[in-house]
Write a protein that binds this ligand. Structure first.
Ligand code: GRF
Length: 212
């Protein structure tokens, strides 16, 4: 399965995906292109260092024209014969123009136990609310903000002395394991989506403990 990874910033999740691929832990998935909606971000350097095509489709070039931006994204992905899309810190909401091109083939990682704390600054939201458990959710993408069917979640404790930054770091360590594992399961055709409920077929393989 030929993955595009969409990014907007640092790219630590991209780095985790690239490391998994290098270790043979993404197969039969492969990352064939990395696309950023923002020029000059560190994620693009990480992609280039790994020898991946690193492309910018700048949303600012499409003011007031979200469908135009998404059509440009789709064209870039088509050039690389992409089968599936991993959103790894991609900070634009996608609409049906894009989503309908990859049915049940777009996944996202979110640094909270959805449906709690969708949107931006999830770790800060968790600290402000006072929850004792935060976490990470990997989910299919629909047209809402962090509302798609949940594939896998991991809980992370909130420590009394945490601030948003320390909690975010603990969450990210977990998502760097979970996102590649889910991407691999998608590539293996093991994700079964029935309405909102997602199951992982044949969860008896060595990596199963990552996902159940
Ligand atoms: C991650 O925490 C991810 O969950 C959220 O944005 C952050 C991106 O971080 N959607 P990075 O660019 O992968 O380092």
């Amino acid at each position: 399965m030929r993955f595009a990874v969409l990014v907007s910033g640092t790219g630590s999740n991209l780095a985790a995906l690239l490391a998994a691929e290098a270790a043979g832990a993404l197969a039969p998935g492969e990352i064939v292109v990395v696309v950023s909606n923002r020029p000059g971000v560190a994620a693009l350097d990480k992609a280039a260092a790994a020898g991946k095509p690193a492309i910018v489709v700048d949303h600012k070039a499409y003011p007031g024209d979200r469908p135009g931006f998404e059509r440009a994204l789709l064209a870039a992905l088509a050039e690389h014969r992409v089968d599936a899309v991993v959103l790894a810190g991609f900070m634009r909401v996608l609409t049906a123009t894009f989503i309908d091109a990859f049915p049940a083939r777009i996944i996202n990682t979110h640094p909270a136990l959805l449906p709690a704390f969708p949107g931006v600054d999830a770790a800060a939201q968790a600290i402000a609310y006072g929850v004792k458990l935060a976490g990470v959710t990997v989910h299919f993408v629909d047209a809402g903000v962090d509302t798609g069917p949940i594939i896998a979640q991991r809980a992370v404790p909130v420590h009394p002395d945490d601030d948003a930054a320390t909690l975010q770091r603990r969450i990210q360590a977990e998502e760097h394991r979970l996102l590649p594992a889910v991407a691999r399961a998608l590539a293996q055709g093991r994700l079964v989506c029935e309405g909102r409920r997602v199951t992982i077929a044949d969860a008896t393989e060595p990596d199963a403990d990552q996902l159940v």
